[in-house]
Structures are given as structure tokens and as C-alpha cells.
Design a binder for this molecule. Structure first.
Ligand SMILES: NC(=O)c1ccc[n+]([C@@H]2O[C@H](COP(=O)([O-])OP(=O)(O)OC[C@H]3O[C@@H](n4cnc5c(N)ncnc54)[C@H](O)[C@@H]3O)[C@@H](O)[C@H]2O)c1
Length: 271
């Protein structure tokens, strides 16, 4: 069902790799809700060509950009304004990568080159994206920027290694840039802290399936799906949330506020 929540709005959506990606669902919903937008991803991620299907379905152009590269990000905002015919109203940062996680390197033994890359790709890119927009004056007044986070930024999850630190930085950047962009142009900046979700990035984490089931059992509403997350992103891009900024918003079926559930007790019960 469409409510035309984004009618007349222009956006940039990063991170749609395949149909499981959270960003993919956001693009589908944004299209349904009347927005026009460009799609972007790292040039290397486009080799599979999946994103072309999404572009076709949503009538969008694709602009490749490595989110760690300032020149490519500036080109992304310049070209997006030309293609969409004006300043940008919403931006989705849906980007994360850790070679330490991919290679199962334990936290006390992190590879520091990988660690720097994790931070550059997964969090500093959030700053770079907004800085590119800020310097080009590419955002409209009351625009909305959303990044995707995970609760391991605030509580320890043994398997999340350097991504926990990257997400802590991502959430901090939302507060800091949110202040400056708010003062400058009333642009809002928030992170959404999403449940474990079965995507390429999510499933790359060791033991993900077991943990997914654990989170499902702990959360009173169960895990939030990628589609649920997309709905929340649409709300955050819409004018209905115009006074919300600098927040980390939990979108996790109640997981973050639950100590223990009956289902988890049953799982560990020895009786
Ligand atoms: N899946 C989960 O369990 C989960 C939970 C909470 C938060 N998140 C976050 O959601 C976001 C989206 O991840 P997803 O789960 O949809 O997985 P995904 O693998 O579909 O998306 C990650 C995207 O990051 C892109 N990317 C990587 N390096 C890049 C670079 N240098 N420049 C531009 N793009 C780059 C990838 O190409 C990919 O499209 C990430 O920030 C992730 O940490 C995921």
C-alpha cells in the first residue's frame, strides 16, 4: 500500500547489492512512495549486474562511487542533482565491510590494515558522504540522511569484532554531523539500529544463523526484516519525522530492551 509519503522528493540510495540487501528494499519502497532517486554502489560491487534490475524496476540511474573516495562522492551528488533536477531530499548510507570478520580474525588479534579499511568503508564514508553534500550545498532544507547501524556499537557482541567499533563511530558521526547540518540547513541525520538480517553482509558473520535464531527468541516481536527496516527508512525520509535528528533509533522488535525471554530460558534449561 502506498501513502505517497515521498512524493516530489529526490534521493540517493547506496548499498543495494542484490535483492536481499536492505537498500534494495528501501529503493523499492521509496519508488512506491513516489520518490525519484539515483542508486549507487562501489564499482566492484556492480560486476554482478544485479543492480541493473533494480534500476529498471524503479526507473533510476546508477552512479558508481566508492564511498571512501571524496571525488567520486562529489561526482555522485553533482550528477544526482542533474539527473533528478534539483537538490537532494534524502540519502541512505547502507554500507558496511570488514575483512577481519570475513577472515574470522578474533578481536584481540585484529589486522590493523583491515581495521582501518573497516572504519573507512563502514563509518568514515558516512562523514565523507555528508561532507560532499555539504560542500556542494546539494541537500534541500529539512533533508534527511539515514545510516544503518547495529546494537554491537553499544553492547559487546563477541563475534562482531571491529565492526562494533565502526558502528560506534557511525552513530557518533550521526550526532556530530547532525548538529552541524541541522544548524546549517535543518538537515536531519539519524542511524537506524537494525535486527540481524539475512543479507550478504549479515550472513558473512561467523555463527550468524544461530545468532539470528537467538535474537528471534529474545525479541518480543521477533527480528525486524529488511522490508520492515525499509518502511522505517521511508518514515525517516518523510516529513512525518521532521523534528527527529541526531538519534540512534532501535528497530529490532524490542531486542534492545529485553533482558531475557521465556524462549531463551527454555533454550538453556537443563531440565
Ligand atoms: N544484515 C544485518 O544483519 C545488519 C544488521 C544491522 C545493520 N546492518 C547494516 O546495514 C547496512 C547494509 O548491509 P546489508 O545487510 O543490506 O548487506 P549488503 O551486503 O547487501 O550491503 C552492504 C553494501 O555495502 C556496499 N559497499 C561495501 N564497500 C563499499 C564501498 N567502498 N563503497 C560503496 N559501497 C560499498 C556493498 O557493495 C553492499 O552493497 C550495513 O551498514 C550493515 O552493517 C546490517
Amino acid at each position: 500500500m502506498s501513502y505517497n509519503l515521498l512524493k516530489g522528493k529526490r534521493g540517493i540510495i547506496s548499498g543495494a547489492l542484490d535483492a536481499n540487501s536492505i537498500a534494495w528494499k528501501v529503493a523499492e519502497k521509496a519508488h512506491e512512495e513516489g520518490a525519484i532517486f539515483t542508486l549507487t554502489n562501489a564499482p566492484i560491487a556492480m560486476r554482478m549486474g544485479e543492480i541493473n534490475k533494480l534500476a529498471e524496476k524503479t526507473g533510476s540511474k546508477i552512479i558508481p562511487a566508492d564511498a571512501t573516495n571524496m571525488d567520486e562522492l562529489k561526482n555522485l551528488f553533482t550528477q544526482s542533482q542533474e539527473i533528478l533536477g534539483g537538490k537532494i531530499d534524502f540519502v541512505l548510507h547502507s554500507i558496511g565491510m570488514s575483512a577481519n570478520i570475513r577472515k574470522n580474525i578474533p578481536y584481540p588479534e585484529l589486522n590493523y590494515d583491515y581495521y582501518m579499511k573497516s572504519v573507512d568503508v563502514s563509518s568514515m564514508s558516512f562523514h565523507k558522504m555528508m561532507s560532499a553534500a555539504y560542500q556542494l550545498d546539494a541537500m534541500n532544507e529539512w533533508g534527511s540522511v539515514v545510516g544503518l547501524s547495529y546494537i554491537a556499537s553499544q553492547r559487546t557482541f563477541s563475534f562482531y569484532t571491529d565492526m562494533a567499533d565502526a558502528k560506534a563511530m557511525l552513530e557518533s558521526i550521526a550526532r556530530s554531523f547532525g548538529y552541524h547540518y541541522g544548524k546549517h540547513k535543518n538537515v536531519r541525520v539519524n542511524t537506524i539500529s537494525q535486527s540481524p538480517t539475512k543479507t550478504t553482509a549479515g550472513s558473512g558473520i561467523k555463527g550468524f544463523e544461530d545468532f539470528y535464531d537467538y535474537a528471534q527468541k529474545l525479541s518480543p516481536l521477533g527480528n525486524a526484516t529488511a522490508e520492515d527496516c525499509a518502511n522505517y527508512c521511508i518514515l525517516m525520509f518523510s516529513d512525518l519525522s521532521r523534528m527527529v535528528t541526531m538519534q540512534n533509533l532501535f528497530h529490532d522488535g524490542g531486542y534492545s530492551m529485553t533482558g531475557v525471554s521465556n524462549e531463551v530460558m527454555e533454550m538453556v534449561s537443563k531440565k
